[in-house]
Design a binder for this molecule. Structure first.
Ligand code: FSO
Ligand code: SF4
Length: 549
């Protein structure tokens, strides 16, 4: 075994990647990611103490969330990046120790924790330590499971907090919680029950973080509105932008204006099409292709440069590698990275010049897809929706949010969507939608049968919609609504979406295509008993179960 990672749904054999990641992450990178997390935990321990002394630096908060985000699946594969980040983390950690000493705090007690006191001389010291501080360093399988569940939730929180931060939105309480929870994963005295409580608290802060990002996105770019998105191509050369960062989207649209280059969205950037602020750009073309894992084909035929603003990056093929650019926390050795300038802005001129040398994209398909059903828009249609439910025209809603992935068993979601009775509506968010958003499932009295709220973080919108419908129908429990949850997960942002739903009291969520490998049998049992979490079965059996037939 040269590594151990089981943080995503595609982990090898649903047990763990031990030699190389199914995602393409090499073992040295996997181990260095573990060492970075270990270093961030030490910063969290010290920063909590520093806060008590009134020492509170925003750079430290940002460093923590950026570091956590960089270890999310398919974000950063670059060994050099992680070596640098770990060194920076040690410097931040030691800086905090020095400040605490200066403030009269005796750090000797904290230094008894190996995470707070280890030192290194060279890169090879880092590489020697890295394999020893990962997931398996926690021997007790239940504690390991709960610590990782919290850590993955924090990675999700950090990704969303980072996007909000880019737009100038931050919340001290979220930073503080990230530190508290990270520090708790080093606490040898914490019991299993205390960790279970921490898992729920993580979900609560997940809701707050998604609410913050929702506020950041909607107050900056307006509320998403019903939009028909072209899925064909135009005649100009184009730039394809993927990932989740709307600030990058805005800057790219601004800088490409009048250049003769069109901008297309890919994967999780599709929902950018729904924001009023972006619609004013005539060169903002449609959405090209589908979800992240098909990029090996779709980046090829796009012909022009691609900008990855967050996950999911797949190790690029040689044939198009020179056209892929990364930005933000995304990284891959050999790809060009566009950094943030000292003024906080990014310069995309190299990508624009590159696009001008390229052929226009090859057409993959023709037509339109409809989206933009985030909470604000849906609430404007509330009368119609409520009327349809009361008249029986809509029998049930199915929340099918989350992720897509490359495994064959995800065909389940397409088949499930096809098999749903015609008086049901799918509420979706995240890249999971690509399994059924082009099926032409029709509408119910003008309400489309697939309502796309946006990116995976916009699962928050679906929770808001459910809570508002609960009030409209005068119910005392969100679980009494005619809504079933059949959620697909892949990486750690989906983990925080799940924990957020649990913290809102949603029960009986079905999670697939497989249950997380990081849930030990006992932790899995707690989730089943307390929240009614279940896996997925066959389409036929699940439909009967959901529809009570
Ligand atoms: Fe998908 Fe990837 Fe948004 Fe995830 S592109 S899988 S949950 O990173 O982030 O939905
Ligand atoms: Fe394996 Fe997923 Fe970890 Fe990649 S992120 S190494 S696929 S468990």
């Amino acid at each position: 075994m040269s590594m151990f990672c089981f943080q995503c749904q595609e982990t090898l054999g649903n047990k763990g990647c031990t030699r190389i990641g199914v995602c393409g992450k090499t073992s040295d990178v996997a181990n260095l990611q573990d060492l970075l997390i270990y270093s961030l935990k030490a910063i969290a321990v010290l920063n909590l103490k520093a806060r008590e002394k009134g020492i509170n630096r925003e750079e430290t908060d940002k460093f923590l969330i950026e570091g956590l985000f960089s270890t999310v699946t398919n974000v950063n594969f670059d060994k050099k990046f992680f070596l640098e980040k770990i060194k920076e983390a040690v410097a931040v950690r030691d800086g905090l120790k020095a400040e605490l000493r200066k403030a009269g705090v005796d750090v000797a007690g904290l230094e008894k924790m190996p995470a707070v006191s280890w030192t290194y001389g060279s890169d090879s010291d880092l590489e020697a330590l890295a394999p020893k501080v990962g997931v398996l360093a926690t021997a007790d399988e239940d504690k390991r499971s709960l610590r990782e569940l919290v850590t993955y939730g924090l990675k999700g929180i950090s990704a969303y907090a980072f996007h909000a931060y880019q737009l100038g939105f931050k919340d001290e309480a979220i930073f503080r919680f990230v530190e508290k929870a990270l520090a708790a994963t080093l606490d040898e005295a914490m019991s299993v029950d205390e960790y279970v409580a921490l898992v729920l608290e993580t979900g609560k802060h997940g809701v707050e973080t998604m609410a913050l990002l929702d506020k950041a996105n909607t107050s900056t770019y307006g509320h998403p509105e019903i939009t028909k998105v072209d899925i064909g191509v135009r005649n100009n050369p184009g730039i394809l932008i993927s990932g989740h960062d709307l600030k990058d989207m805005e800057e790219l649209l601004e800088q490409t204006a009048g250049s003769g280059v069109d901008v297309y969205t890919h994967g999780e950037m599709l929902p950018a099409q729904y924001y009023p602020a972006f619609k004013k750009y005539p060169h903002f073309a449609g959405n090209y292709g589908s979800s992240w894992w098909l990029q090996y084909k779709e980046f090829e035929t796009f012909n022009g440069p691609v900008l990855m603003t967050s996950n999911c990056l797949v190790p690029p093929r040689e044939s198009y590698k020179d056209r892929v650019y990364t930005t933000g926390v995304v990284g891959f050795s050999g790809l060009k990275h566009i950094p943030e300038g000292p003024d906080g802005k990014k310069d995309f001129s190299e990508i624009i010049a590159h696009a001008k040398r390229c052929q226009p994209p090859v057409e993959l398909e023709k037509g339109e897809i409809v989206g933009g059903f985030a909470h604000h828009q849906v609430m404007q249609l509330a009368d119609k929706v409520v009327g349809a439910v009361k008249s029986g025209a809509i029998r049930r809603f199915f929340v099918m949010a989350g992720c897509d992935g490359r495994m064959k068993n995800r065909e389940y979601y397409t088949e499930f969507a096809k098999a749903l009775p015609k008086d049901t509506v799918i509420l979706t968010a995240g890249c999971a939608k690509y399994r059924y958003n082009k099926l032409g499932l029709g509408d119910i009295g003008g309400i489309p049968r697939v309502l796309d709220a946006g990116q995976c973080n916009d699962s928050y919108s679906l929770a808001v919609i459910a809570l508002k419908l609960k009030d409209v129908f005068g119910l005392d429990d969100v679980n009494k609504l005619p809504i079933s949850y059949n959620i697909a997960w892949y990486e750690q942002k989906a983990v925080i979406v799940l924990l957020a739903l649990l913290s809102l009291g949603v029960k009986d969520i079905h999670l697939g295509p497989t249950l997380p490998a990081f849930l030990s049998p006992n932790v899995g049992k707690v989730l089943v008993e307390k929240f009614g979490i279940a896996g997925v079965g066959t389409v036929e059996d699940d439909l009967k179960l959901f529809l009570g037939e």
